[in-house]
Design a protein. Structure first.
Length: 154
């Protein structure tokens, strides 16, 4: 599975399933994204020359997060802009999810271990998060305001 989740023209998330096999090195994110995510494909014996990364000073206005399911099974709910669920995906061991913008929440279907990467520094929940449970959401099937389920602390 290689799934680019969009809301209109806006790229919201990318999912790479464990079974996805790339034939060549390719970046999945546009070069304008604060987090660059690619799949490197190398033949035995190839090398990447020792290096370090440099670049211009950058201001990050949009925090992004990469999750890799190391073991277990979970359901990822993806919201965009903040109050509309646009995707629901069951993920299992080896699946990866890059959250570019919008909101998200998870339901763990089995005991699960996640590998998480996001921009830092992390200065605390109250300064870094807007909980979607605090934002009334209009369910498409009714005219009453509803709240999505809570997400994990981090």
């Amino acid at each position: 599975m290689l799934n680019f989740i969009r809301h209109g023209e806006t790229l919201v998330a990318i999912i790479v399933g464990d079974e996805h096999r790339a034939s060549e090195t390719r970046f999945l994110t546009p070069s304008t994204e604060p987090m660059q995510w690619g799949i490197g494909v190398f033949k035995a014996g190839q090398q990447v020359e020792p290096h370090c990364h440099k670049g211009p000073e950058t201001k990050v206005n949009e925090f992004q997060e990469l999750l890799l399911v190391r073991r277990g099974k979970m359901r990822a709910n993806i919201y965009y802009p903040l109050d509309h669920k646009i995707a629901e995906v069951v993920m299992q061991q080896g699946d990866a999810l890059l959250l570019l913008r919008g909101g998200h929440g998870f339901e763990f279907l089995e005991d699960t271990e996640l590998f998480e990467v996001k921009q830092g520094p992390y200065v605390g929940r109250s300064q870094m998060k807007t909980m979607l449970t605090d934002i009334p959401r209009l369910d498409a099937s009714s005219t009453q305001s509803q709240r999505p389920s809570s997400s994990a602390d981090r």
